[in-house]
Ligand binder design. Structure first.
Ligand code: IMP
Length: 508
């Protein structure tokens, strides 16, 4: 641990964010720094759409809302669900109970009083939109995230504190539902009824045959949840701001830069800003309060859940269609494709084998994550947003691959397209990922292919023991993307972490 403590030398506020489309292993590193460094751990964005997996010994914990530092609650670490979060009280209570069953009391958990409250109509509208959008669907997690932030920006949202004030809750809820009547009326009532039978939506408790949503039942349930959560609800913006520079604060990102509503592959994004700027704001801070950001890059493959462009996807549109079909899970995929190897000559099948090797199935929805090779132009884009210090995760997954292709630039493979003053014509080569879906759909990757390292690296304890063939693509990534690899993760456990370089503290 001594060597690793060099990373946080002089750092008081550390942010951990993802450079890609989420699911890169933030949970492991938040837990890692929470154990020996942080005093306070704050989630600032997203909601129960996130799924953070932490492994300790034989146990695996999957958290959606409660910060990944909660396993260190008994050591007095304060875990905060910040004001930028879309807060679903049902999910939070569920996680608190699950943790209690494991002996974790959540004695130091705090929930921002001004976090955005997820209500039944948010989940209903999310699911109605997805079910009726056909090819226009995003592939959301159905947790109501988009509609919550729409209400917030549209100035008709509710906050966590409203659960503590029944009259205010009822007044605000009635007003916002009245505004939405026209919207509800535009959907098929039977589909709405069916969606409202889902256990995430109270198994029918919020359904009303005349008005679609039953306001009284909603108020009653949310007030009850508010009572159960009242001991945790606090002014966390003030709490965090008062401790900047005095205590060690760890900001836990959710999703990833490429899913950011402001910087990602819009419209195939989530509805919060997942970059460090959005994270700091949602935790009650300013970006300049952050001393060091570590961006996580899964290497040497990447994944995406839901729809949207993915230039290096193994199996291209076939993989996209397969993964976005309803009902495909790890088990059904195994039935269809039982024996595959990570060297399969068919890219679609190779993608399935890598997904299986990396256990790339959604922690929130169980959906298969689409799999593709590492895309350096996208790393460059994230570097611009986040800074240059990165953690490489999941390095052990491709240990049996004979070849490791790494995308270093694109060739425009579509009709000519103007992007501001730039003209992209068929055959034009460009090394920048432009987060414009029309351009990304036409970006054909160009690869440098490295030989695989063909060795089990899960027991590595230092860089000196690393196979030479693993070092080459890492060196290439550093040079091509201009990043500084600080840590290597060679397995899910905390101790499977190797220090590669000290961070460069200049922010950009
Ligand atoms: P939403 O956040 O549920 O609205 O979903 C919008 C898009 O973000 C969809 O493509 C989701 O699959 C994706 N998404 C949301 N949360 C996560 C996550 O934690 N990991 C990976 N993808 C996510």
């Amino acid at each position: 641990m001594n060597d690793l403590s060099r990373i946080v030398n002089g750092v008081r506020t550390l942010a951990i964010v993802c450079f890609q489309w989420g699911d890169t292993g933030k949970g492991k590193f938040v837990d890692f720094f929470a154990e020996w460094w942080a005093d306070i751990i704050v989630r600032g964005t997203g909601g129960s759409n996130a799924g953070h997996t932490i492994r300790v010994g034989d146990k695996e914990y999957i958290l959606h809302l409660v910060p990944s530092g909660i396993l260190h609650d008994a050591a007095g670490k304060v875990n905060i669900i910040g004001s930028g979060v879309a807060f679903d009280p049902r999910q939070a209570i569920h996680e608190i109970h699950l943790l209690a069953a494991e002996g974790i009391r959540c004695a130091n958990l705090k929930i921002a009083l001004n976090a955005k409250l997820v209500l039944p109509h948010h989940m209903l509208l999310d699911r109605l939109r997805e079910s009726s959008a056909g090819e226009g669907r995003i592939g959301t997690t159905g947790r109501g995230i988009g509609p919550v932030y729409v209400d917030h920006v549209g100035r008709s949202g509710l906050i966590v504190n409203d659960m503590l004030n029944p009259t205010v809750l009822a007044r605000k809820l009635k007003r916002t539902l009245a505004e939405k009547k026209v919207l509800f009326d535009s959907y098929d009532p039977e589909t709405a009824r069916q969606i409202l039978q889902h256990p995430d939506l109270g198994s029918g408790a919020f359904w009303d045959p005349r008005t679609t949503l039953n306001t009284d039942a909603t108020v009653e349930q949310y007030v009850a949840w508010g009572k159960e959560l009242s001991e945790f609800i606090d002014d966390t913006d003030e709490y965090v701001a008062n401790r900047v520079g005095r205590q060690n604060i760890l900001l836990e990102g959710a999703q990833g830069n490429l899913l950011s509503v402001d910087h990602g592959t819009y419209p195939y994004v989530t509805s919060s800003d997942c970059s460090v700027a959005g994270l700091a704001k949602g935790a009650g801070l300013h970006e300049h309060d952050v001393d060091l950001t570590l961006g996580i890059v899964k290497a040497f493959y990447m994944t995406r859940v839901g729809r949207g462009p993915f230039p290096t996807e193994l199996g291209g549109p076939q993989s996209d269609a397969w993964c976005n079909q309803a009902g495909i899970t790890a088990a059904t995929e195994m039935q269809h494709h039982p024996a595959l190897t990570v060297n399969d000559p068919d890219p679609f099948l190779q993608g399935i084998a890598i997904r299986r090797a990396g256990k790339e199935y959604g922690a929130t929805t169980g959906r298969p994550r689409r799999v593709g090779w590492l895309d350096i132009p996208l790393v460059r884009l994230s570097r611009r947003l986040t800074g240059l210090n990165v953690i490489l995760t999941k390095l052990d997954v491709l240990s049996e691959c004979d070849e490791i292709p790494v995308c270093y630039s694109y060739e425009h493979d579509g009709p000519w397209y103007r992007y501001g003053r730039r003209l992209l014509y068929r055959g034009a080569r460009h090394g920048d990922a432009i987060p414009d879906c029309d351009i990304m759909q036409s970006s054909k990757p160009r690869y440098t292919v490295f030989p695989g390292w063909n060795a089990d690296i899960t027991g590595l304890t230092s860089l000196e023991e690393a196979p030479e063939m693993l070092c080459y693509p890492i060196q290439y990534l550093q040079e091509e993307a201009g990043v500084n690899v600080v840590l290597w993760s060679v397995g899910p456990d905390r101790q499977q972490t190797i220090l590669a370089n000290d961070p460069i503290l200049a922010k950009r």
